[in-house]
Structures are given as C-alpha cells and as structure tokens.
Write a protein that binds this ligand. Structure first.
Ligand SMILES: [Fe+2]
Length: 448
C-alpha cells in the first residue's frame, strides 16, 4: 500500500511477478478476465469522476498521494510489468513516466520523491486519462490475443495488477478525504446517503468466546493471496473472548470525556509522546463544537453517530482505549481464528457509503460476531512481521510486502472503502502505529 514509513501498494518486479502470489492465477477464461480487468479499471475512473482536476492534483501530506498519481501509477504497473516485458508490439506511452510513477521499487530504478507527488501539475489529468486509455486498450488486446505461452506469464501478473489497482482505489478515497479535510470549506466527495440506525430489537454488544489450543492461520489454497498472508502455520492460543461489535463512537466518546487523552497511564510510551507532540484530543476528523462532537466524512461534516464504529484512530489510541476499558486488542491470530467462516460481506466500498455504519441487523437475541468484514479495519496487538518460513522472493516483487516488516502493526477485516473481492479473513493490512488516515477502528478482546 503506501509508505515511506508506509507502504505504497505498488507491486512489481521485472521477471518476478508471478512469484508475488502464493498460488498464481490459473484462469483460462479470457473473456471473464478481460471483463474483470475492464471493470476494475473503470471503477478507478469512476472514483475520480466527481473530482475536479484541482482536487486530483493535491497532496495534503507526505503519506498521501494525489488522485491523478494513483490513476497513473496503477497504469504504470501494467505497463512496466506486463506490457513492456510481454507484449512485443507495445509502444511505451511516455518514457518519463517510468520515473514519475514508480512508487518504491528500488529494483526498477530511481523515482520521483514521494513527498513531492503533489508538485506535479504536469502531466495533466487529461494526459493521465489518455495514458490510462492507452494502457487499458493494450491490455485488453493482450488478454484477448496472447498465445498460450505468453498468457501463462500474463495471467498471474494480471491477477496481481488487479489486486494492486483495488488497493489504490481504497487509497484514492483515504487520500481525498484527507485533502478535503484540510480545506476550510470542508468539501464533500459525495452527497450524504441515509444510513440505517440499529433496530431496537438488535442485540446489544456482547462477548463471543473461543477455545484455546492449537489452531492454524494463514492463507492456503488456489485462490489469490499476497505473499505476506502465508505460509499457513500453527499457532497456540489461550481461550479468549472477542467483543461482538467494533468499539462505537459513543463508547469512544466516553473515553474522551473521562480524560483518556490527558492521562498517561492509559498509553504506551510512544503513544503518549505522540499525543503530546501532535496535540491529539480525539480521533482524526473529529471536531468539538460547543459541547458536541462533529466528524468529517466523505459526505461532509456532521454530528457523530454514537452507534457507528469509531474510525480514524491510531493503534496507540486503540490500545489506550482498550487499556482504559480494562480490556486489550486481539492478536491477529485471535482475530483470524475468530473470523474463520464469517461471510465475506459487509459494509465495503460496494455499498457506496464510504463510511462505517451502525449494525442495522434485526435482533435474533443471539450474540454473534458482527461487522468483522468491512466498516473499519481493526487494529490488532500484532506487529507486522513474517510468518514462520516466509521468504520474500528475489528482485522487485519481493519489495511488495517483505521490506515493510518493521515498525508497523497489523489490521484486519477491511473497511467501508475496501473494494469488493479485495478482502479475505487472512488479509494482513499494516500501518505504523501512529497512522490515522486509514479507515481504522478497533474491537476489544479479553482473556478467559
Ligand atoms: Fe502501488
């Protein structure tokens, strides 16, 4: 994904991309692959469609990138790793783009500094649109026309490139939200959409218990996964409980009201130092007006909704809240064991809310895990490190995930801005513990 301290969701690797996936794609249906490619490319453009060229050029902080950079970089991926090496008839759109739109691949060559992406008034949005069309047309021709031997090389790279583009779709929304949030006009990305409040019959938050013992986590099987999701391996867990729901805005407001941001005893040392340095008093995008809290969303600013999951908290804040509540964050192994069997459905980008929603489920009287998928990425207590026997591949594609395995924490479950088809219970997102611009929240755990 994203990062300097943060990953950038680029992938790449000259001759190496097919090893980026644990189980390279074995899709033989060219028609469905062509249609899927076209649909994912269109979706990126649809996300940018209600932004002006001025909106698309702004970089509001070093971690975030301009919309038009995302649109170009995702095209650079297909051009650099598929069309260039595998399509003999391909004509490079502009040789300068290799430098401008490489994100972090040392093996590919030098690149434009990440913090300076917002200085690129040229190429214009229109030129980047033409670049996208050029790459999309060439890719469609290649998907349809590649002979069997070439297709075997193209297919796994295409799979990775599509997942890469979907990662950047989430980043487009994260980053434009930050851009708009620093504009005193507080522009809205989209019109507000009515959201359902919980039925009065909905079961309130409760606890769901899980047995200890020997479990397995990690990806296995023929479907796509990033390399960092494997190998599948055994873990030992003590018995634990998970909260049925993510922590809500109303619950988190109690932490604020109780002086949570003023008492060092709730905070990790680095977290407390960050609170002091940054002057944090509430989650990112929260603003106090008189006695009430308002929050900025992609549909503009409005009062907080107490029942909806709290979002845009750092790992430090998530940990401090859990400590204040007398609980803790789950480990990523606990989260994944608990999530086994949950449906890969929820409030994700396909719902078009682009914001976490309160659980609208009608009550059944039964307490169960809710909102594991979608709404907010859930911080875990687990550092982002390699699973046992993980070995990054050589070359550029080994840079995709492996080189970011320090000083970051794992998040699970996807968020309201995560594209459909791009979330798994084994998916390991990661950010530095101080990061708040992802759609990140938390769920409590405790020992039994
Ligand atoms: Fe990327």
């Amino acid at each position: 994904m994203r990062r300097g301290a943060t990953r950038d969701n680029a992938n790449g690797g000259t001759q190496l991309l097919d090893t980026a996936v644990q189980h390279p794609a074995r899709r033989d249906d060219r028609t469905s692959e062509r249609d899927r490619f076209a649909a994912i490319r269109r979706e990126s453009e649809a996300l940018a469609a209600n932004l002006t060229p001025e909106d698309q050029a702004i970089q509001s902080m070093p971690d975030a990138s301009p919309t038009k950079w995302h649109l170009a970089h995702t095209s650079w991926f297909f051009e650099t790793f598929i069309l260039g090496p595998l399509d003999r008839g391909y004509r490079v759109f502009d040789p300068a783009f290799v430098y401008l739109f490489n994100s972090y691949y040392e093996a590919v060559g030098p690149r434009h500094p990440r913090p300076e992406r917002g200085l690129l008034s040229r190429p214009t949005v229109d030129v980047i649109g033409a670049y996208r069309d050029h790459v999309t047309t060439a890719m469609l021709r290649l998907i349809e026309g590649a002979d069997a031997a070439v297709w075997r090389e193209v297919a796994p790279r295409l799979e990775l490139g599509l997942h890469h583009e979907q990662q950047h779709q989430e980043l487009i929304l994260m980053d434009i939200k930050h851009v708009f949030s620093v504009n005193p006009l507080l522009p809205a990305y989209q019109a507000p959409r009515p959201y359902a409040l919980p039925s009065t019959a909905a079961p309130g938050p409760g606890w769901v218990e899980f047995a200890g013992g020997l479990h397995e986590i990690g990806h296995a099987g023929p479907d796509f996964a990033f390399d960092n999701e494997g190998p599948r391996h055994k873990v030992w867990l003590d018995p634990f409980r998970l909260r049925s729901h993510p922590v809500s805005c109303g619950e988190y407001r109690e932490f604020i009201t109780d002086g949570g941001y003023r008492h060092a005893e709730f905070w990790l040392s680095d977290g407390w130092a960050t609170v002091q340095q940054q002057g944090w008093q509430a989650p990112l995008y929260w603003r106090q007006e008189d006695a009430a809290w308002r929050l900025f969303t992609l549909a503009g600013e409005r009062p907080i909704e107490p029942a909806e999951p709290v979002c845009h908290v750092s790992c430090y804040e998530a940990d401090a809240y859990a400590r204040w509540a007398g609980k803790r964050l789950p480990t990523e192994a606990e989260w994944e064991v608990a999530a086994a069997g949950v449906a890969l459905a929820g409030n994700i980008a396909d719902s078009r809310f682009f914001h976490p929603c309160a659980d609208p489920a009608p009550g059944t009287g039964e307490v169960a895990l809710r909102q594991m998928i979608g709404d907010v990425w859930e911080w875990t207590a687990s550092p982002y490190v390699a699973y046992p026997r993980f070995r990054p591949v050589a070359g550029a594609i080994g840079e995709y995930n492996g080189k970011f395995m320090s000083n970051q924490m794992v998040l699970r479950g996807g968020a309201a801005v995560t594209p459909g088809g791009h979330i798994r219970t084994t998916y390991r997102n990661f950010f530095p513990p101080s990061a708040r611009w992802a759609f990140s929240g938390l769920r409590l755990a405790e020992d039994i």
